[in-house]
Design a protein around this ligand. Structure first.
Ligand SMILES: Cc1cc2nc3c(=O)[nH]c(=O)nc-3n(C[C@H](O)[C@H](O)[C@H](O)COP(=O)(O)O)c2cc1C
Length: 244
């Protein structure tokens, strides 16, 4: 018996085999999968939601949130970003029997919010400081989801007279209870910078203060990138059985 093969392309590889058997020539066509092709499937970037925490009509929030969204898209090639506006979800005040960690929610708007948050591997919360904490709109939105937050990183971009510093700390404490990973580096628009760009002050463009806050945006992105990739890989490997 004598065998020879010839002709193949990439992908699904045709293999033509000629066999001399019992004095006769036989031709066979075999198909095999090209393993090289499987290695070249591109991996998609983890997804980050930039969540606008203030919902009031006269809010300043749009200005820093839109500025941040444009900057992070330029600065990061390892993460993909969406701007998510709480106003679009029109959430009622939390009125469920329990967190969805223990039983499914009933309110359609709460469920739509949970489904949106489930799309992401990490979050940047853009928050003002209201009476030394985060606004009720943002706290309610955090309460309205549960299992969607678990083992994902949370970064904070605060603004206010003291940079939203007390709101940032409160949000970190809330995030821990929601089983998130609050990252160390945050962004604070404070003092004269805040009053330069806020409508409460000069209402100037964000470009007027960006040299001062870009280093902290970069530091926050560095932390967020590391923790997003680490937690995404760990979630893919392990199960969620301990989350409750
Ligand atoms: C109810 C309320 C409470 C506030 N409390 C604080 C505060 O504790 N610390 C602070 O720096 N600014 C405080 N401010 C000012 C806000 O930081 C400022 O109005 C900011 O623009 C609010 O964000 P927003 O316009 O995106 O809603 C408060 C504003 C409101 C409306």
């Amino acid at each position: 018996m004598l065998c020879s093969s010839y002709a193949h392309n990439g992908g699904l590889k045709p293999l033509f085999v000629r066999i001399y058997l019992g004095g006769k020539t036989h031709h066979l066509l075999l198909l095999s999968l090209d393993v090289q092709m499987q290695k070249e499937i591109p991996m998609s970037n983890p997804k980050i939601a930039i969540v606008i925490g203030s919902t009031r009509d006269a809010r300043f929030a749009d200005k820093p949130a839109n500025w941040l969204f444009a900057k992070v898209k330029d600065l990061s090639s390892d993460l993909d970003f969406d701007l998510v506006d709480l106003k679009d979800y029109d959430l009622p005040m939390f009125n469920e029997m329990a967190s969805n960690l223990w039983m499914p929610s009933t309110d359609a708007k709460a469920i739509a919010w949970q489904e949106k948050m489930a799309e992401y591997d990490g979050y940047i919360f853009v928050t003002p400081e209201y009476n030394s904490s985060i606004p009720a709109s943002l706290k309610n939105a955090l309460d309205q989801a549960g299992k969607e937050w678990v083992r994902k990183p949370a970064a904070v971009f605060g603004y206010g007279a003291v940079g939203g510093a007390r709101a940032v700390e409160h949000l970190r404490a809330v995030a821990i209870n929601l089983q998130m990973v609050p990252v160390r580096s945050a962004v604070y628009i404070s003092g004269s910078d805040f009053f330069k760009v806020s409508p409460l002050g000069a209402n100037a463009e964000m470009s007027e203060i960006e040299a001062g806050i870009l280093p902290s945006v970069e530091a926050m992105l560095g932390d967020l990138t590391w923790w997003t990739h680490a937690t995404k890989a760990a979630r893919a490997e392990g199960s969620m059985e301990k989350a409750a």
